[in-house]
Structures are given as C-alpha cells and as structure tokens.
Design a protein around this ligand. Structure first.
Ligand code: NAD
Ligand code: IPM
Ligand code: MN
Length: 351
C-alpha cells in the first residue's frame, strides 16, 4: 500500500478495510505493508522513491495498491515523477488499463445513455511518449528561453500495447478495437503507431479495427460512447481521454485503473489525483479506490472476490449511500464502513 498524498491517504485505508472484510469473509489471507512515500517524506527527508524500492516491490510483493501523489507544497511534482512515473517505468508497467463502466444509469451526464452504451476499456501506453522526461530548458528565464519535451515512441513499446489491446478483446470476446493517435500532425511518432497498428491487426481477423484521430475520438466518446469496446492510445492522450471517460461514468471519484506488467508486480490505483481542494475534509469518494482494489484482486486470480467488491459498490450506488461528489452525504469513512459490512455480509450469501 502506498497511500501517497491528499485524499490518497483517505481512500486507501477505506479500500484496505473493505479488502480485509473480503479476505475474512472468503478465508483469503492478505498481508498489507504500508509505505509512507509521498510529499511529506520528500519534504522532511528529501527521499522520493527509496533506494532498492523497485527490486523490493518486484521480488517481495504480489501487487501494489496506490492512492495518489501531488501536493501544493511540491510545485515541481518531483516526488510524483520519481515515485509514480518511476514505478511505471522501472517496473515496466506498460499497460495502463482504465475501464469506463457506467454502474448506475443515473450517474452519466449524457442524456438517454445507459449501462450498455457506456462500457469500454481504454488502454493507455504507460512507459513512453511525452512522459519519458527527455528534453530540457535552454536560456531559462530569459526572453530567448527554449523548452523542449521529446515524444519517445519505440517499435517495441507501441507494438506491445497494441497487441495487448487486441489480445484483451479476443480474451473477452469483444468485437471492436479503436486505435487513436494524431498521425495527421505528429508525422514521425504517430506514423510509427499507424504502421504497427496496420501490421498487428492482421493477426486478429475476427476483430473489427478502426482508427480515429484523438480529437475526433474525444468528440465521438461524448456523441455516441456505445460504439467503443476497446480503445488503445499513447500515454498523454490516454491520460486525457480516461478522465473524459471517467466523467461519462459518474466522475473521477469512481474510476479505477491498473498499471500492468503481465509478468511482474502490477500497480492498481484510482484514476483521480490527490484532490487538494477537498483533502482533509473526509469527503473523498473511496469507490474508485475500491474498484481499483477489485481490479487488483481479479489480477491476482480471485475473480469471485472481485465481483463481490463490485457488487458492494453497485449496492452503494443503488441505495444512494455515497459521498457528496455523487450527491450523497456519507463521509469517506462511513462509506468505507458500509462497504465493509456489505462485503462481510456476502459470506452469509455465499454459504
Ligand atoms: P484531481 O483528480 O486530484 O481532482 C480533480 C477534481 O476531481 C477535483 O475537483 C477533486 O476534488 C475531484 N475529485 C477527484 N477525486 C475525487 C474523489 N475521490 N472524490 C471526490 N472528488 C474527487 O486532479 P487535479 O486537481 O488536477 O490534481 C491534483 C493533484 O493530484 C496534482 O498534484 C496532480 O498532479 C495530482 N494527480 C495525481 C494522480 C495520481 O497520483 N495518479 C492523478 C491525477 C492527478
Ligand atoms: C494519472 C495522473 C498522472 C499522469 C500524473 C500525476 C503524472 O494524471 O495517473 O492519470 O499523467 O499519468
Ligand atoms: Mn490523469
């Protein structure tokens, strides 16, 4: 567990509470180890990602449950770059899986759209692109200042995320994969995406492929979200359209994600950030963190448990047991307690 900063420290304890209830109800065993990596530690000790952390996580842990990083006292966001992007890069978590799923029809801001329309998986490339930190600033603070940020795309990196998207569609019996880029303007980097996509899709003849420029994808996701099953895109565009998708399904408070390396320790987190505007008030929505926990549990192979967690979330939404962002009046902790009770009660249902 890496709760991190801001509301990460409020939602992760609730997710853990629910996971503990789940474990007890199903006689699973969980060992949680908590790490205090984040802004506080950085400000007091100068440490972001401690030495040896990556090897330790890779060797000693099955999964990572992560809150959020970001603190107004660290405007450079250096600690988030080192810890969150550091783990994504160093654990080679090349898949960022961000499901968009409307769990209750009342939650979408779109008129006349329901659960069948708003159900898609966004695969965001998670180890390259504009996030790699290649570039620099020249003549800083002068009128002649130059800032360069390189967009790094490798053949291997592009191929493995596109292939992962097609494999996922095949595994889940989904029919449509849409690749989105900006190859009309980014004529080098996204030309590579075009060529790799054209090659890889040939191996998946039963799956309908499609390409949309990213600006059009954003528009189409709002106009008619039902046309998408699987979307695959680069790191930056995936960041943006996953927030858009989150809002289609009820908002950032509900959206989960998995940072996955199919062969190593993976990291699960809500899509939202540390929300300094509400941090410390005890009103953050813990459902995104609980749904991220469900993704984690499923990734560990406990499919029925994952479904139990999702059922508890659905029940909370149905019964309006929610935090203020969704129009309710429960606190983060009250909702966590309620979910834990639900999950504990599922034992009776199973027995
Ligand atoms: P944010 O996701 O923190 O907040 C955006 C808006 O959504 C805010 O109004 C916030 O109150 C609301 N919100 C988010 N999560 C919520 C929840 N669980 N319950 C209720 N409301 C919720 O994005 P931001 O404000 O752009 O960024 C704040 C900080 O978080 C920045 O430092 C940013 O870099 C960081 N951030 C971190 C991550 C991460 O760690 N994965 C993700 C996004 C942003
Ligand atoms: C996310 C966040 C991060 C990202 C930030 C905090 C660097 O927005 O996980 O979506 O852009 O990947
Ligand atoms: Mn984001």
């Amino acid at each position: 567990m890496i709760p991190g900063d801001g509301i990460g420290r409020e939602v992760i304890p609730e997710a853990c509470k629910v996971l503990r209830a789940m474990a007890e109800a199903s006689r699973r065993k969980f060992d949680f180890v908590e790490f205090d990596w984040g802004a506080e530690k950085f400000l007091s000790e100068g440490v972001t990602l401690p030495a040896g952390a990556v090897e330790m996580l890779r060797n000693d842990f099955d999964a990572i449950l992560f809150g959020a990083l970001g603190d107004p006292r660290v405007p450079s966001n250096k600690h988030a770059a080192d810890i969150l992007l550091g783990l994504r890069f160093k654990l080679d978590l090349f898949v960022n899986a961000r499901p968009v799923e409307l769990l209750d029809p009342r939650l979408t801001p779109l008129r006349d759209r329901g659960e069948r329309d708003i159900r898609m998986m966004i695969f965001r490339e998670n180890t390259e692109g504009l996030y790699v930190g290649v570039g620099g600033i020249f003549k800083k603070g002068t009128p002649d200042e130059v800032a360069v940020q390189e967009d790094v795309n490798t053949r291997k990196g592009v191929e493995r995320i596109i292939r992962y998207a097609f494999d996922y569609a095949r595994r889940k019996g989904l029919k449509r994969v849409c690749m989105s880029d900006k190859s009309n303007a980014l004529t080098f980097a996204h030309d590579l995406w075009q060529r790799v996509f054209a090659e890889v899709r040939k191996e998946y003849a039963e799956i309908e492929w499609r390409h949309l420029y990213i600006d059009t994808l954003a528009m189409e996701m709002v106009r008619d979200p039902g046309q998408f099953d699987v979307i695959v895109t680069c790191n930056l565009f995936g960041d943006i359209v996953s927030d858009l998708g989150a809002q289609l399904a009820g908002g950032l408070g509900l959206a989960p994600s998995g940072n996955i390396n199919p062969e190593s320790t993976s990291l699960f987190e809500p899509v939202h950030g540390s929300a300094p505007n509400i941090a410390g008030k005890g009103i953050a929505n813990p459902l995104g963190a609980v749904l991220a926990s469900a993704m984690m549990v499923e990734h560990l192979g406990w499919t029925a448990n994952a479904e139990n967690l999702r059922q508890a979330v659905r029940a909370a939404l149905r019964e309006n047991r929610v935090t203020p962002d969704l129009g309710g009046n429960l606190s983060t902790r009250e909702l966590g307690d309620w979910l834990a009770d639900q999950v504990a009660g599922q034992r009776a249902a199973q027995a």
